[in-house]
Design a protein around this ligand. Sequence first.
Ligand code: ADE
Length: 231
Amino acid sequence: MKPLRIDILTLFPQLVRAVLDESIPRIAREKGAVEYHLANFRDFAKGVHQSVDDRPYGGGAGMVLKPEPVFACVRHVLAQDTRPAHLVLLTPQGRRFDQQAAIELSGKQRLLMLCGRYEGFDERIRQGFAWDEISIGDYVLSGGELAALVITDAVVRLLPGVLGEDGSAEEDSFNLGPHGRLLEYPQYTRPVEFEGMKVPEVLQSGNHALIAKWREEQARKRTKERRPDLL
Ligand code: ADE
């Protein structure tokens, strides 16, 4: 299978690169499940100052991302590959990102994500392409980079062969694993006793049926206490 191609359009490629070069995003690339391409739309800005932002028409605080460099960059990047790209615009005005959206995006051949900065995008950037506008939560970030990285991380760990053990992605919180849409059960490793806190007996019993039952109960209990909205 061809790797998923992820293009990230950003004014801060070094910030983005630093995260993609570690841990699971890196392993996903090394295993050939994904390829990352970064583009800086400042490179597409005209004039000595290569400015990418300007004052808003009608007045008001802050600056707005200009359409020309963004359009030029998106078009340039799209032309680098024939695979159909799913276009993602990171914005607090978008649909809320969740595990279901991560699963959906992990099935695409190519993702192109545009990270904004400043107070917002010129509206014609929105109109010019068929964006899937996505928000990672109801708070305002200083730019779309961290949101693009959150999405990238959640997506690439779902790609076939990325996580070592079969099924470890399926058993994570929120995935439709053996316990459905529940939070994960408590986990323990050695030592069997630490500062007076013991590993539950059942986990040491070797009785797989009992262990499965205990985990299911714990997952339900935890979900009921913390996220009853999931039940
Ligand atoms: N850009 C700024 N805030 C954001 C958010 N919450 N989600 C996605 N992109 C953003």
